[in-house]
Design a protein around this ligand. Structure first.
Ligand code: K7E
Ligand code: CUA
Length: 663
């Protein structure tokens, strides 16, 4: 035991030391001379591409323009957003419901744009959440989170949400193996090998409205699934997942899951699995997971607790999955645009293996196996191998493609991007990154048709790239020009949270569908106020509903009396504007929630429970007009049992008392 332990440990120490010593020389002036003009987007002009970037531990997704690197928006997805009221308003609270109750935060790593025939189609953006396993669908008409589905039998939903060529499925592989949800999970941790299982979930996507459904799950031996990509072209109908911890360790994984020379890439024949499901195979399992959907017409999300999943134990269906040995602790698992080559990036490997789909198929047909792993046939490494990229760099993590036969891989430890040829597997170019890149992204770089002009590296370490901001620094993206033989660094820009994977698409694909306003006459929110004359305040027991409108530059009503302690007050704000870019905000003193930012034609509701009698001002938070500062009002709260009648008004300016000013 000790023999293995020490060399592995010293290698890891070396790796860790390398991480802190990774600053390349001449970090200051690595850009080409025309870099400024290449990224300059003049005032009033649009960027060429939308870049959607995962927010990591911020739980959100940000949108940048490329090539300028300008931040266009942060879209709230898995974390509450006090700026918009997402997760605080009654309409959006259900989006963050889970089987564990309301979860206000998420860890968001990977994004996938929807595809048709293996190309980006600009309809939806899918996002994963690791910690409380979930997948979100963002509607690219509104840039709003439209749906979130929780995934049962999973923990650390990392290998997710990778999609098939026609967005038939979004997949989700569990990082942590765990006891299945319908089993007693109260087991000793050292029974990992017996009780802990891995799963891969296939979530189907309705092609019309995008609605997600947990179609089926594959049950696999306990280990960690890390990343994945679907096949395309010849490998259509297949999916590839990197797996580490084939050692099945449950403690000190940095050592104990780094022992074997090779872990695996799991090849999944999902078409076959789908056939079994259609034939009624698989075990129905009772589970509990939330499915949250935003209704476009009511502007209101609902959360449904689903109770069933269908599990295919791959032991019983041996022609669904195969293991391909892959050195060593693979992270990225990337499929080239032709669908022929599968690239595994072993974090601790000194080479990059490239597998050939044709060879994998031949090996399966000829049963060129090297035993099995938990009942899954292991294809002989050489039989599946197209070839190895020798001495590419240290710590390969992720690979994307330019559609011209080249691959680009990030190297975390040697802090560089390496361009190599898929054809002869020779290194063509290398360029330092500042510092330690994780993912990289070429627009469309994981599709059949990459837009191979730019490459963006998302770096894990920022250090001295920007003005210091104390101990906490923004993470850093770096834009490269990859149109020529050599990569050229064009720009650095900070990013939000911790970016992992990203996607990008030509701007025209998305901007043409972008919603400008919600049509007020189509607003079917249960608490909409269709015009100022309909505004009102209604008491029902201790519930007070305020049907309030917003328009430049007042609320209606703006004076409310007769609310009492013990009441629950619901402010239903309808923004009556029908112009692009005229939101109004709403904030009331002492609210324990957030503001609401209400878009034109939208209705949003804030629940507020007053705790002390008195006068509570409310006001518009968004500078909406020259008289924005006049957009305000008062709410009077009286003690419990008071006989102040419920009343509301707008523009009644008579005075019950003499003003001090006129005395
Ligand atoms: Cu950051 Cu894709 Cu979570 Cu690699 S993962 S870096
Ligand atoms: Cu409405 Cu400011």
């Amino acid at each position: 035991m000790k023999k293995i332990f020490l060399p592995v440990l010293s290698f890891i120490v070396f790796v860790l030391l390398s991480i802190t010593g990774c600053k390349p020389k001449n970090a200051g002036d690595a850009t080409g001379s025309d870099a400024a003009s290449r990224v300059y987007v003049p005032p009033g002009k649009y960027d060429e591409l939308y870049n959607f970037v995962s927010g990591g531990f911020s739980g959100q997704v940000s949108v940048y323009g490329i090539p300028s690197g300008r931040l266009l928006r942060v879209m709230p997805v898995f974390s509450v957003d006090p700026e918009s009221g997402y997760g605080f308003s009654e309409e959006t609270k259900p989006m963050l419901n889970t089987s564990h109750g309301q979860v206000p935060w998420g860890d968001q790593h990977h994004l996938e744009l929807s595809q048709t025939n293996g190309e980006i189609d600009g309809r939806w953006l899918f996002a994963n959440e690791n910690n409380t396993p979930r997948i979100a669908r963002i509607d690219l008409k509104t840039f709003r989170t439209a749906e979130i589905i929780e995934i049962p039998n999973s923990a650390g939903n990392h290998s997710s949400p990778f999609i098939t060529e026609n967005t038939e499925y979004v997949v989700a592989g569990t990082r942590f193996s765990v006891p299945m949800d319908d089993q007693n999970g109260d087991v000793p941790i050292d029974t990992y090998k017996k009780n802990f299982k891995g799963t891969i979930s296939f979530i189907s996507v309705d092609q019309k409205d995008g609605d997600m459904k947990l179609a089926f799950q594959l049950l696999l031996p306990g280990m960690d699934f890390d990343l994945s990509h679907s096949g395309k072209g010849p490998s259509s109908g297949w999916f590839f997942f990197s797996c580490y911890n084939s050692e099945q360790a449950h403690t000190l994984l940095e050592v104990n899951a780094s022992k074997r020379d090779k872990d695996y890439i799991l090849a999944v024949n999902w078409k076959k699995a789908e056939e079994y499901i259609k034939a009624g195979k698989g075990r129905k399992q009772t589970v509990k997971y939330a499915h949250n959907v935003l209704n476009e017409s009511t502007h209101t999300a609902t959360s449904t607790m689903e109770t069933q999943t269908t599990i295919l134990d791959v032991k019983d269906f041996p022609d669904i999955v195969y293991m391909i040995p892959c050195p060593k602790s693979p992270h990225g698992c990337d499929v080239d645009p032709t669908g022929q080559y599968i690239v595994g990036s072993g974090k601790l490997a000194a080479l990059i293996p490239v597998f050939s789909f044709d060879k994998i198929q031949k090996a399966i047909a000829a049963k060129e196996f090297d035993g099995d792993y938990g009942g899954i046939p292991v294809i002989k490494y050489e039989a599946a191998l197209h070839g190895e990229v020798k001495k590419p760099g240290l710590g390969p993590l992720h690979t994307e493609f330019d559609g011209k036969g080249n691959a680009y891989t990030t190297f975390f430890i040697s802090s560089e991007i390496v361009k190599w040829s898929l054809n002869d597997l020779k290194v063509i170019d290398r360029h330092p990154t500042y510092y330690s890149p994780g993912h990289l992204m070429i627009p469309g770089g994981d599709t059949k048709n990459p837009y191979g002009k730019y490459l963006i590296a998302y770096n894990k370490i920022t250090k001295d790239r920007y003005l210091p901001t104390g101990p906490e620094l923004a993470q850093s993206a770096q834009l490269f020009d990859i149109s020529g033989e050599k990569m050229k660094l064009l720009a650095d820009y900070p990013s939000i949270g911790e970016p992992h994977y990203a996607q990008a698409a030509p701007a025209s694909l998305i901007s043409k569908n972008s919603t400008k306003i919600f049509k007020i006459e189509e607003n079917q929110n249960a608490f909409v106020t269709m015009g100022e004359p309909k505004s009102k305040v209604v008491r029902n027991g201790n519930r007070v509903d305020v049907y309030m409108t917003m328009i430049r530059s007042h609320f209606s009503p703006d004076n409310i009396e007769g609310v009492k302690l013990g009441d629950d007050v619901y402010f239903h704000l309808t923004n009556l504007e029908q112009d692009w870019d005229v939101p109004h905000g709403f904030a009331v003193k002492g609210a324990n929630t957030s503001e609401l930012l209400v878009m034109p034609g939208d209705t949003q509701t804030l629940k507020w429970v007053p705790e002390v009698a008195g006068i509570y001002p409310f006001y518009c938070t968004d500078f909406c007009s020259a008289l924005h500062q006049e957009m305000q009002g008062y709410l009077r709260v009286s003690p419990k049992g008071s006989n102040v009648p419920l009343s509301f008004s707008l523009g009644k300016n008579s005075d019950a008392t003499d003003s001090l000013l006129t005395k």
